[in-house]
Design a protein around this ligand. Sequence first.
Ligand code: KMH
Ligand code: ZN
Length: 293
Amino acid sequence: MTADSSNRPAATPATTLGGPATMITVAPTGAELDKGAVPPLPVTLEELVTTAKECREAGAAMIHVHIRGEDAKPTLDLGRLKDTVRALRESTDLIVQLSTGGAVTDPFERRLAVLDAAPDGCSLTCGTVNFGDEVFMNPWPFMCELYVRTQELGVVPEFELLDMGHVAGLHRLLDKYGPPFGGHVHCDLVMGVPGGMPGDAATLVQAAAALPEGATWSATGVGRTTLPVMFAALAAGGQLRVGMEDTITFSRGRPVQSNAELVERAATLTELAQRPAMTPDQARSMLGVPDRR
Ligand code: KMH
Ligand code: ZN
């Protein structure tokens, strides 16, 4: 048996410099943090565009976007989402992925309507999960409606898996509705959420092994699980997601100063692992995302 015909569960991504390259996604804002408590959090369109440019420079290929309103609170306002997609496309070549998870308080209709902003990609969480003291609702009928809409509108979904049961939800979705737009299954293991799967190497390996054959996957560890998950993902052939949505502490007692420094750290680790960062175009080709710029 050669190295490439081993029972590795997921597809090997594009290669550069002789090793599999790494896609770095930045998730700069999220819906949970308060700008007053975390001043470097990008909440205006201008701040988001500046962050996107800095993170592209540092090695990111994709941006996972939550937006804020005038009051810096999370919003799914369609006009603002469209302006955001346009501005990010004009100022960077990053793959623009909009969150359909929003905030735990967002109604399903608003979350479905996110696709009308015509992003390159969107998140699609594969089940309901306790989310700290809240519940992040993703019931089966909502997942199905969202998935079918991605297929109809030509938006490439990234399947967000916060719990092992979400892996079963993903298989169920693919069995019922077939492959996603773009033809390639890409997942993101969101680990260490209080109420979801823990952020450690053993769980990561178990989750990755349970993914559909040929799927690629990234991983992110929330809070103090950031570093163990990043090292485990690099070792296991995964891609990386980093950003202030998931982590606001750089090291013990030292707050994150910018999203770019999280991307820089991830890019440094990909170099050390001899799996250097992919360009957005390489990531597009891995994920089956058309270039709409
Ligand atoms: N803000 C969380 C409730 C996603 O973007 O799709 C959901 C979330 C997942 O962040
Ligand atoms: Zn998100």
